[in-house]
Design a protein around this ligand. Structure first.
Ligand code: ZN
Ligand code: MN
Length: 469
């Protein structure tokens, strides 16, 4: 049996400052090595001061992943020598004296299967190495410490995944969950980085690092399973090692033999005291916790009779769920959910489009109400929606500019009906035996008016004319 586990590094991107100093947590817009101070580059004599908000946000993640949280947390030094690590140790958490990380023993359910969370720890991000030219042949490596000290949580799962697809589904759920908590924006470059480890029953564990996308991770895990299976078949032992994903050749390549935990020489970080987490800390955060995705979903179904599949899509996307919350009332909720999931999500399908979106919650309210009151057909509403997304103009202006409004004027509709009755004499003859033929005639009226004839008015007039009512 295949066993797959994950180590996920997630930056707490919604924080102002780094984990132990007042440099900006958002390092992305700085020129190299300009977002640094003696603390985050570890100059002798500098002292870290823990960012309280980082502990709060990490606690929120821990609670959302159903982890147990200890009464006291501690920080440790993880020692290793690498140019991206200015201090030659990383301040992180480690459960050397029982659980002292921000979370342990959690779980989330993925397609009916329980995935256990072993541990969540708060730690600092290292700097970034930039290779000039092709990485294998490069002579020059540059280092940028702007990212050093950025607050992270590392989420470690138990090896509970059985195949690469489960991994993908889990990561999608995790991204939605973190976004919903407003603690991280996983769509930012480098904000969410995932390493996988793969082993076959009884075999050694192989870690896969440096995979740049979820899609590649799935491929890398898939490759690794096949590689290990073929070794086992040939009687070759799988060695415990770290392998890199080679994006060009679509294979994993050996990077180094895996270091043991003991290689890191963990010891307590003496510059940061143990921190007691009071019941008030947890209570305050529980109150601040946003409604969970599953609770939103159930509320949409039960309160507004929104179909389950629509509620799934809407609730798991915080951006559109927020828009829904601002625009709906009891009467138009279902219609608005429908507009968002069938059309709006397709029109606004990138991060940039979301940021530039000119549509307001008021637009959505008006659009749904126009459909409900038969002022707009669904076809016209879709046209209007696209125009609103592009221009932000008021709905009324778009309706008159594009002549989208429904035809409700009875004489106008009667005129069209007369034409249809004339043209479709065969259908009219059938109507006594097959009363449902009337729907065909309504359809013809709709065709002639590009869907703009008020359907209930049309039906009433048709029935009267054909002696059906
Ligand atoms: Zn700093
Ligand atoms: Mn880590």
């Amino acid at each position: 049996m295949t066993k797959i586990g994950l180590e996920i590094h997630c930056q707490l991107t919604n924080l102002e400052s780094k984990l132990f100093c007042s440099c900006k947590a958002n390092y992305r817009e700085f020129s190299p090595n300009s977002n640094i101070c003696p603390i985050c580059i570890g100059l002798p004599g500098s002292l870290p001061a823990l960012n309280k908000k980082a502990v709060e946000n990490a606690t929120i993640i821990s609670m959302a992943l159903n982890c147990k949280t200890p009464e006291k947390i501690a920080f440790f030094r993880k020692n290793y020598f690498y140019p991206d690590l200015p201090k030659n140790f990383q301040i992180t958490q480690y459960d050397a004296y029982g659980p002292t990380s921000i979370g342990h023993d959690g779980k989330i359910t993925v397609e009916g299967k329980e995935i256990r969370i072993r541990r969540i720890q708060i730690e600092e991000d290292p700097g970034r190495l930039i290779y000039e030219g092709e990485s294998e042949k490069t002579q020059i490596t540059l280092v940028d410490y702007n990212r050093a000290g950025t607050p992270l949580v590392e989420i470690v799962t138990e090896p509970d995944f059985e195949n690469p697809k489960q991994v993908r589904v889990f990561l999608n759920i995790l991204v939605d969950l973190l976004t919903n908590l407003s603690v991280s924006d996983p769509t930012l470059e480098g904000a969410l980085r995932v390493d996988g480890n793969v082993s076959l029953e009884g075999g050694n564990k192989v870690e896969i690092k440096n995979v740049s996308s979820f899609h590649d991770l799935e491929k890398a895990i898939h490759f690794e399973i096949t590689r290990q299976q073929s070794l086992v078949e040939r009687g070759i032992e799988i060695i415990s090692e770290t392998r890199q994903w080679d994006d060009r050749r679509k294979i994993t390549v050996s990077a180094r033999t895996k270091e043991e935990e003991s290689d890191y020489r963990y010891f307590l970080e003496g510059d940061i005291p143990w921190i007691k987490l009071s019941p008030e800390h947890f209570n305050k955060l529980k109150e601040k916790m946003p409604e969970s995705i599953s609770s939103k979903r159930d509320r949409y179904v039960n309160q507004y009779d929104i179909p389950g599949q629509v509620a799934d899509i809407l609730s798991s996307d915080k951006f559109f769920a927020d828009l829904f919350e601002k625009s709906h009332d009891v009467l138009n909720a279902k219609e608005i959910a429908n507009i968002i999931t069938t059309d709006l999500m397709g029109f606004v399908d990138t991060r940039e489009k979301r940021e530039d979106l000119k549509l307001t919650s008021q637009h959505l309210t008006e659009l749904a109400n126009a459909i409900i009151s038969n002022k707009l057909s669904r076809i016209s509403a879709k046209i209007a929606l696209q125009e609103i997304v592009n221009t932000g103009k008021p709905l009324s202006e778009i309706i008159s500019e594009k002549d989208l409004g429904n035809v409700s004027d009875e004489s106008e509709i009667t005129e069209i009906i007369d034409k249809v009755i004339n043209e479709e004499s065969n259908a009219v003859k059938e109507i006594k035996e097959k009363p449902e033929t009337v729907n065909f005639l309504v359809g013809q009226v709709m065709k002639k008016t590009s869907g703009k004839a008020n359907p209930s008015t049309t039906l009433t007039i048709l029935k009267k004319k054909l002696g059906l009512s």
